[in-house]
Design a protein. Sequence first.
Length: 401
Amino acid sequence: MQAKLTPRAMRYNIVLIGRRNTGKSSLLNALTNQSVSIVSDVAGTTTDVVTKPYELLPLGAVTFFDTAGLDDDSNLGLQRINATRKALYKADIVIFTIDEKGITDFDIQNILKIKQMNIPLIAVFTKEDIEKAKTQDKSFLQKNDIIYTHVSSIYNKGITELKNMLIKALSVDNNETHSLLDDIIRNKDIVILVTPIDNSAPKDRLILPQVQILRNILDENAVAVVTKVNELEKSIKTLKDTPKIVITDSQVVSEVNKIVPQHIDITTFSILFARFKGDLKVMVDGAKKIDTLDNNSKILIVEACSHHAQDDDIARIKIPALLKKYTKKNLDFEFCTGCDFPEMLEKYDLVIHCGACMLNRVEMNRRLNECVRRGVAITNYGVAISKTQGVFDRVIKPFGL
């Protein structure tokens, strides 16, 4: 039950990948001790990605992803393989399944591709009850520094050992702390949160980034003051002590900049999440591309969550308008939402990503790394908006950039 309650963006993602009929679904059922995926001798039984939340103790909440076979040559095979590729982007670790045929040339191509993406990998020989792993296959894995194990899902053999390998591999990152504010604020510091209530604000609640930052402030025993922009000046004046930092919604950062005295730091919710979920320096460098955009430059705007676009939608209306006004150029915009992230990144001059509150850190960094690897500039909403509003240097100053 706890795994279901843990937000998706805070879970470890374990993706099962391999050729058709290599035992992925049987292995998932054995790992979770439940009939999650349909199991059949017919190749290609799993057609869509199957997800299963699970509590992998003592590590915590994880999500398993059972994927279609990488060698799916059916009429819908390309779409299914593309769904598997999307699952790879969010993988903290991959379980690569190998059947009694051993490691084929096709397997080698895919294993090396996964390694190129810097995704931790465990190779699993899934049918030990039928055929032992071949010496040459084990030699290949050892040569490429890939850990491996043997299981029999039918007889539940080796499943506990595989779980322990997953826990050990995922725990490597467990000691690495990724901070929203705890390296910036201290006990009793005052933090002002500027949270506009406009048409895009959800009824009767705050949005996830605001909630998580508010919780982080409370965890640090600091003092949170929540206000709207029209009450900000009054809020500052009524405080006995000087606020440590003012954090604002990106859409009113220009107004907040005019109100907050220069000796008080300001930044945005989106920039904090850019740092929390990814590499802020990469996104700061990416924002500098805005100054070199030309007529017909192609810009991809990415939203990690899906929602109904409103008349004042930040991604589809406000950011394009700000960029056109700032650059005075006729720019070409494309949009993608949810789990989608294009394969052909090279056609874009700039990618502008949301704050990624719905993605885990691994998936966001993989998106960043793919852009960097292909020479495509990437930034995020808050950084880009601050650039167009002339407050770029001030909002990144708290992070020493």
